[in-house]
Ligand binder design. Structure first.
Ligand SMILES: Nc1ncnc2c1ncn2[C@@H]1O[C@H](COP(=O)(O)OP(=O)(O)OP(=O)(O)O)[C@@H](O)[C@H]1O
Length: 264
């Protein structure tokens, strides 16, 4: 049997303790920034109950195609290869109510049956918390440990969110998943008129936690209505022209600096 992961060089996981903190947004922007740097990038969305990658990339009507060499990922207009349960269900309103064993079988299939082709980076968008999906993905990736560069933890700055981050970090330690660092999303609000950034929630929580746990603090992203506008209006292809790209580019290239920890 062909090993579909043979041509995947680096694997990164994006994790969060709580839902709605911006994991899929961070995954997306990480993928876009790397792709704009000329890297071949894929996203594997293992959020089986709430997949948002098809919607973010405006690819909800696309379907995964079966070939002799396995499943062919959906290719976004930005050239990023996408795999998500959202491309397999008939109706986008359909909900997935599966027991753990069925979820594990699906994740196994995502790892063994997808023909990614050449990829510099495969970014895995995970569901919030530490669920069946997390345990399954770690198990399935155990044969590819040398390709894993680690996990990026996303949090918002509030203390309530940080408690859940601690649990996520404990999980990573338990399964021996290297933590690349913590990104603080939705830190402050950028006024679309005067561009001033106002702190709505308590700030610096992620930074303090990173220090306390001796983890790398990767930086902060403000709440920027322009990001939502890009997604909602299907204009993600214009990402590189947006201010948020400049902001994010700094975090990826200078802080996360995936290139320096990449595998050949
Ligand atoms: N920095 C930001 N500025 C503006 N809007 C943002 C930002 N980050 C995320 N959002 C918006 O917040 C919402 C939730 O973000 P997202 O879907 O990325 O979170 P998530 O953690 O992946 O959620 P889930 O737990 O459902 O998987 C989305 O509508 C997204 O567009």
């Amino acid at each position: 049997m062909t090993d579909n992961f043979q041509s995947v060089k680096n694997i990164l996981l994006v994790l969060s303790g709580k839902g709605g903190v911006g994991k899929s947004s961070v995954t997306t922007q990480l993928a876009l920034s790397l792709s704009l740097q000329g890297f071949k990038v894929g996203i594997l969305d293992i959020d089986l109950t709430g997949p948002s990658i098809p919607r973010i990339f405006q690819a909800e009507d696309s379907k995964i195609v079966q070939s002799h060499h396995g499943w062919i990922p959906v290719s976004s207009t930005n050239g990023i290869k996408l795999i998500s349960i959202g491309f397999l269900i008939k109706d986008r309103g359909d909900s997935i109510v599966w027991r753990g064993a069925k979820k594990s079988a699906m994740i196994k299939q995502f790892i063994t049956d997808v023909n990614w082709g050449e990829l510099d980076y495969l970014i895995i968008d995970t569901p919030p918390g530490t669920s069946d999906e997390h345990i399954s993905i770690v198990e399935e990736l155990s044969a590819y440990r040398e390709k894993i560069i680690g996990g990026v933890i996303v949090t918002t700055p509030q203390l309530i969110s940080l408690e859940d981050v601690r649990k996520e970090i404990n999980f990573c330690k338990l399964v021996k998943l290297e933590i690349i660092g913590i990104v603080e999303n939705m830190n402050g609000f950028v006024c679309p008129h005067c561009k001033e950034c106002t702190n709505i929630f308590s700030s610096k929580g992620g930074e303090i936690l990173a220090k306390e746990l001796s983890l790398k603090y990767l930086g902060r992203l403000p709440i920027d209505p322009k990001y939502n506008e890009l997604v909602e209006s299907g204009k993600l292809a214009k990402y590189q022209d947006s201010e948020i790209y400049n902001e994010y580019f700094k975090i990826i290239m200078e802080q996360i600096d995936v290139r320096s920890i990449s595998k050949e």
